[in-house]
Design a protein around this ligand. Structure first.
Ligand code: 7RM
Length: 650
């Protein structure tokens, strides 16, 4: 066994106890919470729900008519009220709710809870003035600026479901999402600065608006003092309508099961799925997990780096922290602008205590070394979070040592757009963590592993991850498509069991490790192999910064593993190294997993949320000319570069 292998294995086998001081002060530090929730999970969630403000209490905690679920049935509440009015009532009016940092360093705006409440009420009145009523979807196509949170909360205030569309999505993606929910109003901005470059957002919106017959009005935020093409009678500037708006708009008393938002999530094929989240259960789950997992406290400055266009931005940048009366940081820019120490500069200047980010970002930092970090005082940090994809042990340990200074627990949080909030994760004051493992289902969450036939895998083992009982934050349906909802999530193992679509492994101590999407499973000569497993074998080699593996069609074996790697900065792309990497995988997993070919590339085709688009890699590996729709890639031009590099090494 080589040194690097031992290293990789050691890392995954390490254990990290919650530091004593941390555990003592943690929001949750009594392990009996697991037993209590196990005994009566409805009562457990009802207790969490009581931490919200309700206009009227519910009559029934849970109504489970598989696959349809309702939580806190008959209860009346309002998300905007909970995030704002309720906080002000508790004396937090002058506390900073939102701390915004713009693309240029030091360009900041802050909103206290009272100020945010005023803006939200005004915008709620603007929407009402445009004829938006309870139940009418509103599309929001805004970058990371305070107005996006204001618009979301204003929708919630009047019971209008919002549909936030990621601002870097193309006009075509925006058009499809607006048309699917038939929004009457679109909220957008003239421009969106990011990384020193400016995108003309309104021009994109206008391209989409050529073909969105439902839209009657467009509100345009003036980000940067520039003009934009405005269509008379349809488009109005945000500042103009806000200037005329009344500052009083009481929150609508909505039903617990009224829709809070629709968030489109691209499935592996065709039409995006409109994931529907409702009010009472969602906020209960999001509020509780922000407090329990992210350990948010009153005096914390909390930074979730996700874009509001993704579910993490909805649940853990906006709703979770505000429902807990916290201070949430929103950053408009990118890690590399103006210098590659921007994040560390933000943490130092704003004294950030909790950082919640994605492994892809951590690996990028890892690749460029620790110099940028060392320039800054990161001692304010006390907890680190990870979300979005499996975090390999080496990145985990790097994050722990270099960002967390060895003192901060890491919560590796597993969840999905569909689950609304975190389901599997450590509780940082209780759980002993192992790098690479999301550890255990949270209290009140019932996960299991099933084999192909639907038998439960007991104890140590591997298979398909499922959730066997409903949870408050779960999606309620796919917008206007209940059949697809049932088909996608509740047909694989029947109507009562939620099929996650991820594989998982459980060790002898019950720790869960997510092994990746089961749709990325390949079958090599009848052997099941996870692409992610091969990827983690590759990234455990010190020469590899990042890896993506696909199953390439093969006449003989059905499929063969084919790997793309990004090398660590100082490594050269030699044939010997490629051979060494193939052997490394062979030794780590077994000869069957050895990639037929390893290609070194400069970049991988990623969506804007950092997920690798394997479909494109498969096409390139199979020499296809037509790679399908690549418009949702963060940078569609990587495709050409990849094709060149593949041809050169093929
Ligand atoms: C929150 C989010 C969901 C998919 C999910 C997994 C993967 C997310 C983790 C993870 C391993 C994690 N929503 N995933 N978190 N895999 N460990 N901690 O990302 O809908 O965009 O994606 O992401 O495959 O099914 S999402």
């Amino acid at each position: 066994m080589s040194e690097s292998q031992q290293d990789g294995q050691d890392l995954g086998n390490r254990r990290y106890e919650p530091p004593e001081e941390f555990a003592k002060n943690a929001n949750v530090n009594d392990p009996s919470v697991y037993d209590k929730a196990n005994q009566d999970y409805e009562a457990f969630w009802a207790e969490r729900a009581r931490e919200l403000h309700w206009f009227k209490e519910w009559d029934q905690t849970l109504k489970w008519d598989p696959p349809n679920v309702e939580w806190f049935v008959g209860g009346k509440t309002n998300v905007s009220y909970n995030c704002l009015d309720y906080q002000v009532e508790q004396g937090k009016g002058d506390k900073t709710a939102l701390l915004w940092e713009g693309d240029e360093p030091g360009d900041t705006r802050t909103f206290t809870y009272s100020e945010l409440l005023t803006e939200v009420q005004k915008f709620a009145n603007v929407l009402k003035g445009l004829g938006v009523r309870k139940g009418d979807p509103v599309s929001i196509y805004l970058p990371m600026i305070p107005e996006v949170a204001i618009a979301m909360l204003a929708c919630a205030r009047i019971g209008a479901p919002h549909s936030v569309v990621f601002s870097a999505f193309s006009p075509g993606s925006l058009r499809d999402r607006v048309n699917d929910c038939e929004a009457k109003v679109l909220v957008t901005a003239n421009q969106a600065p990011r990384g020193g470059r400016v995108s003309k957002l309104k021009e994109n919106a206008d391209k989409a608006l050529k073909d969105t017959p439902s839209v009657e009005n467009v509100i345009v935020v003036r980000r940067l003092d520039e003009d934009a093409p405005m269509t008379e009678g349809r488009d109005r500037w945000w500042d103009d309508v806000m200037g005329e708006a009344d500052a009083g708009c009481p929150a609508e008393e909505v039903d617990s099961e009224d829709i809070l938002y629709i968030l489109y999530s691209s499935g592996s094929t065709g039409k995006p799925k409109g994931i529907v989240h409702t009010t009472g259960g969602y906020l209960t789950h999001v509020k509780a997990t922000t407090k329990w997992v992210l350990d948010l406290k009153d005096d914390d400055v909390y930074w979730c780096t996700a874009d509001v266009g993704w579910v993490t931005g909805h649940s853990y940048l906006v709703y979770g922290p505000l429902a807990n009366g916290g201070t949430t940081v929103m950053f408009e820019g990118v890690p590399s602008y103006p210098e590659n120490d921007r994040w560390w500069d933000i943490i130092e200047r704003h004294k950030v205590n909790i950082l919640y980010t994605a492994p892809t970002a951590i690996r990028a930092f890892m690749k460029s070394g620790t110099e940028a970090l060392e320039k800054h005082d990161l001692s304010s940090l006390r907890l680190l979070g990870s979300v979005g994809e499996p975090i390999n042990p080496r990145a985990w340990v790097w994050y722990h040592e270099n960002v967390g200074g060895g003192r901060c627990p890491i919560v590796d949080t597993w969840w999905q757009t569909e689950t609304g909030a975190i389901l599997i994760s450590p509780l940082p004051g209780i759980t002993t963590t192992k790098p690479g493992s999301a550890t255990f289902p949270l209290p009140g969450i019932f996960a299991a592993i099933y084999d192909e036939e639907g038998n439960e895998v007991e104890g140590e083992g591997q298979g398909n991850l499922v959730i066997t009982r409903p949870w408050p934050g779960m999606l309620r349906t796919l917008y206007k498509d209940p059949e697809r909802y049932e088909q996608t999530y509740f047909s694989r193992y029947g109507k009562e069991v939620y099929f996650v679509g991820d594989g998982a492994r459980r060790d002898a101590e019950g720790y869960y490790t997510i092994t990746g999407r089961v749709d990325d499973v390949m079958n090599v000569s009848g052997h099941r192999l996870s692409t992610m497993e091969i990827e983690s074998a590759l990234v455990s080699h010190p020469a590899v910064a990042e890896a993506a593996v696909i199953g390439r069609h093969d006449e003989d074996k059905g499929q063969v593993p084919f790997a793309y790697v990004i090398l660590e900065g100082n490594r050269e792309k030699t044939d010997d190294l490629m051979k060494e990497l193939r052997n490394h995988v062979g030794e780590k997993i077994g000869p069957i997993a050895k990639p037929q070919q390893v290609i070194a590339v400069d970049e991988l085709p990623k969506t804007r949320s950092g997920k690798i688009m394997r479909r494109v890699l498969r096409g390139i590996a199979e020499g296809k000319e037509d790679l399908g729709d690549t418009s949702t890639l963060a940078d569609p031009s990587v495709v050409d570069t990849l094709q060149e590099q593949a041809a050169a090494q093929g």
